[in-house]
Write a protein that binds this ligand. Structure first.
Ligand code: NAD
Length: 499
């Protein structure tokens, strides 16, 4: 049985589409209100989705609270780790279904879904299951005036109920990046995936059920942000912590919603990431890496480069080479083995093409792209856009300052290392940077000066899940990854014993 849930008839297309339900206290529940999940490839209906109302979110939070107190919080770490490995096994056993569901929602390439999204979804559970089994705590002996001393040790304390809110660009990967460590540290979870990408999250709930995860430990609520499941979750007094990945403006709204109950927050937000290419770089590697860092997932990775700074002596050659590679990218249906799928939705395409207009008004030179491809078939009802390279804008241009989140970059020349550093850091964001140079000292020197959470030297998007991940400025609050995740989801409390 490969259906996501009980099928429901779609009157428009006279075919059955899945009905994606909420998952509360170990059971799938429907609710009255439904919304459509539409394919960005051709506008067809992918699924109908049950929107969680306030009562459903409340039931999910209550179930999570009870399960945390009575079951999950009492389970030994090694037992919890076994359950998490069973979840990873379950994802791997239904690998092709997860790939198909992720592609149906996003239109992303087969290659990306098969090599990044779904494997990382399973890996997230394995990594944190293994970490929590061996995680230790601090211990400090101290002197006291009476000479007998005291012993301090810390214990990791889970928050209780963690609200997880995730975006649409890497749906399963980013959801599990938070669900896995939250569960590993014995919290229970109420997760709200993006309304654009509800399918793999629903499959994950099925996997949880099949893996024997106790009822209430993992709950899934579908819906939107304001006035919907997202807001109900962030404002709920019994949600003890919120972990969010998404736009910076949304982070600001969630921060306000969480303020009255002073909830701990972890935010992974937007970026306007720079790539710096020095003349001493391996030219071909820098071009290939920048093609990836600008156009992967149709430019919809928070880590993507939207600002490329190239040393003047190789500027023209680099722009020409990148443009040639961009023009050669194949665009279309994921099943046709193309390099680039569509943007996530027509609405998002309007935002991206809106920036094409802004860039034109700002006086940009369009080296390539800047339009919407015409296919002459049903893909014209999708959300495709051309890979786009701009030059000639001042640093003050909106196109150079604001996150666009599409397959687009602006390339500008620089003359010195100091200038390159200053240009890269001249942003309100601070998520990631890529530095291309064969001078090892320069690589270290420049990387340390980047005011961001993650720097790659001579690569991009190479991720070790034990490393700290997060941003500065508008790009986020806090760090997750490895022990940083464990420290966020289960904060240490100190116990001081007088000897
Ligand atoms: P978004 O902020 O619009 O939505 C993200 C999630 O928040 C969705 O589930 C949405 O329903 C929910 N939401 C929206 N308003 C809400 C509210 N008022 N209260 C509660 N929940 C609310 O972001 P998006 O468009 O889905 O994702 C793209 C953005 O995410 C980009 O800015 C991108 O840079 C960022 N992102 C950051 C990272 C990172 O690790 N730093 C990773 C991926 C994406």
């Amino acid at each position: 049985d490969t259906t996501l849930a009980a099928p429901e008839s779609d009157p428009n297309k006279a075919r059955t589409v899945p009905l994606l339900r909420n998952f509360v206290d170990g059971a799938f529940v429907e609710g009255r209100v439904r919304f459509d999940n539409v394919s960005p490839v051709d506008g067809s209906l992918v699924a109908r989705v049950c929107e969680a109302d306030a009562a459903t979110v409340d039931a999910a939070v209550r179930a999570a609270k009870r399960a945390q107190c009575e079951v999950w919080g009492r389970m030994p770490a090694a037992e919890r780790a076994k359950v998490l490995h069973r979840i990873a096994d379950g994802i791997e056993a239904r690998f092709d279904e997860f790939v198909a569901a992720e592609i149906a929602d996003t239109g992303k390439s087969q290659h990306q879904a098969r090599t990044i999204d779904i494997p990382r979804g399973a890996a997230n559970f394995r990594v944190f299951a293994d970490m929590v089994k061996v995680a230790g705590q601090e211990c400090f002996e101290m002197d006291t005036p009476d000479g007998r001393g005291a012993l301090n040790y810390s214990v990791a304390r889970p928050h209780g109920v963690v609200g997880v809110i995730s975006p649409w660009n890497l749906p399963l990967l980013l959801l599990t990046w938070k669900v896995a460590p939250a569960l590993a540290t014995s919290n229970c979870v109420v997760a709200k995936p993006s309304e654009e990408t509800p399918s793999t999250a629903t499959l994950l709930a099925e996997v949880m059920q099949d893996a024997g995860v106790p009822a209430g430990v993992f709950n899934l609520v579908h819906g939107f942000g304001p006035g919907s499941a997202g807001e109900f979750l962030t404002a709920h007094p019994d949600v003890d912590a919120i972990t969010f990945t998404g736009a910076s403006a949304t982070g600001s709204v969630i921060m306000k919603a969480a303020a009255p109950t002073v909830k701990p927050l972890s935010f992974e937000l937007g970026g306007k990431n720079a790539a710096i290419v020095f003349a001493d770089a391996d030219f071909d590697a820098a071009v290939a890496g920048t093609v990836r860092s600008v156009f992967s997932n149709c430019g919809q990775v928070c880590l993507c480069s939207e600002r490329v700074y190239v040393e003047r002596s190789i500027f023209d050659r680099f722009v020409a080479a990148l443009a040639e590679r961009a023009r050669a990218l194949t665009i279309g249906r994921p099943e046709d083995g193309v390099d680039m799928g569509p943007l996530i939705s027509r609405e998002h395409r309007e935002k991206v093409t809106g920036y094409f207009e802004i860039a034109r008004a700002e006086g940009a030179t369009f080296v390539t792209g800047g339009g919407i491809p015409a296919f002459g078939d049903e893909r014209d009802a999708g959300a495709f856009v051309e890979p786009t390279i701009l030059t000639g804008l001042p640093e003050t241009a909106r196109t150079v300052r604001e996150e666009i989140f599409g397959p687009i970059c602006h390339i500008a020349p620089f003359d010195s290392e100091e200038e390159a550093v200053a240009l890269a850091n001249n942003t309100d964001y601070g998520l990631a940077a890529a530095v291309w140079t064969q001078d090892i000292k320069r690589g270290h020197r420049v990387a340390r000066q980047m005011e961001v959470g993650i720097v790659w030297v001579n690569d991009w998007f190479l991720r070790d899940l034990r490393t700290p991940f997060g941003g500065v400025g508008l790009s986020g609050v806090g760090r997750e990854g490895g022990r940083h995740s464990l420290a966020f989801y289960a904060e240490p409390s100190n116990i001081c014993i007088k000897l």
